[in-house]
Write a protein that binds this ligand. Structure first.
Ligand SMILES: NC(=O)c1ccc[n+]([C@@H]2O[C@H](COP(=O)([O-])OP(=O)(O)OC[C@H]3O[C@@H](n4cnc5c(N)ncnc54)[C@H](O)[C@@H]3O)[C@@H](O)[C@H]2O)c1
Length: 265
């Protein structure tokens, strides 16, 4: 049995609790500041410990921890856990600034820990199938990468106004909250980004002023990439190149959740 400490038991924290416990190979303890959230999650899962502060949780020993708090708190919490020799899964984005990111990397190295950031699209079977196809050069050498995704927060996350999403300083807005997933996925598919430009604005999502739409152009070595994320409103993508006819010579690989046998959240 692995002993896993979950720090932050909100929307994604609940899913981490459910998934770790469902493996049957982990005991999970939870540390959550909000009384209401802590009491609510404690009623749904069988935790090995429930804590109101990180200090009290660290009185026990843990093999690994998940940092599932808002992004501006990730680095200080992760540093404290790393100093205690605990392996880390830190939710995305890693931070809202570069402050002390180097300190965290140094501590992880010094302690010989494994640490990862929760860019979960890499575990999506459809994305994994695409990665395999690219690596096996099934479509030749990639020249362009186009990624567009949208998500209606009004449906998917109706409480978006009341959580970190509404505040850029806490990791809110489409760039920090969602676009980084696509940039990370793009780097996984076709290598590191050398240059990126973005245009973003608030278009439609009610009750917030943070950007709900973002378009980027990126260069990954020789691959040019275009990525868009919208939380509301129409999206127009215009793409022009001078080496390939559209649409007759366009190849499109689209894998749906259903085709990949994925159901549920
Ligand atoms: N990988 C993904 O696909 C994915 C999906 C959703 C959210 N996230 C990320 O996960 C993080 C959390 O998002 P969320 O949607 O669960 O937010 P949330 O607001 O629903 O939950 C965050 C919880 O952390 C608690 N908290 C804050 N500071 C704390 C501290 N110091 N110690 C203990 N608990 C603390 C809050 O009380 C709250 O319950 C964010 O960084 C977000 O970007 C990732």
């Amino acid at each position: 049995m692995h002993r896993v400490l979950l720090v932050g038991a909100g929307s994604i924290g609940d899913r981490h609790a459910r998934c770790f416990l469902s493996t049957g190979r982990a005991e999970v303890g939870v540390c959550e500041l909000s009384d209401a959230t802590r009491e609510s999650i404690a009623g749904r899962y069988d935790f090995c410990g429930i804590y109101t502060s990180l200090d009290s949780a660290l009185q026990e020993s843990w093999d690994a921890a998940v940092v599932a708090t808002p992004a501006h708190t990730h680095i200080p919490i992760a540093l404290e856990l790393a100093r205690s020799g605990i392996h880390l899964l830190i939710e995305k984005p890693l931070s809202t600034s570069m402050d002390r990111v180097i300190d965290l990397l140094s501590e992880v190295d010094a302690q010989g820990l494994t640490a990862g950031v929760g860019y979960s699209h890499r575990a999506n079977p459809a994305a994994y199938a695409m990665k395999e196809a690219i690596d096996e050069k099934r479509f030749g050498t990639p020249l362009e990468l186009n990624v567009s995704t949208g998500q209606s927060f009004a449906t998917y996350r109706p409480g978006y106004r009341d959580v970190y999403f509404a505040d850029r300083a806490q990791g809110g807005g489409a760039i920090q909250d969602a676009l980084t997933h696509l940039l990370n996925l793009g780097e996984w598919f076709v290598g590191p980004i050398d240059r990126v430009v973005a245009d973003a604005t608030h278009q439609q999502l009610e009750g917030v002023t943070v950007e709900d739409t973002v378009h980027t152009l990126a260069r990954h070595g020789t691959v040019l990439a275009r990525k868009s994320k919208i939380f509301a409103g129409p999206l127009t993508n215009i793409l022009k190149n001078v080496y390939r006819h559209f649409p007759r010579e366009t190849s499109c690989l689209r894998l749906t959740r259903k085709q990949c046998g994925i159901s549920g959240a």
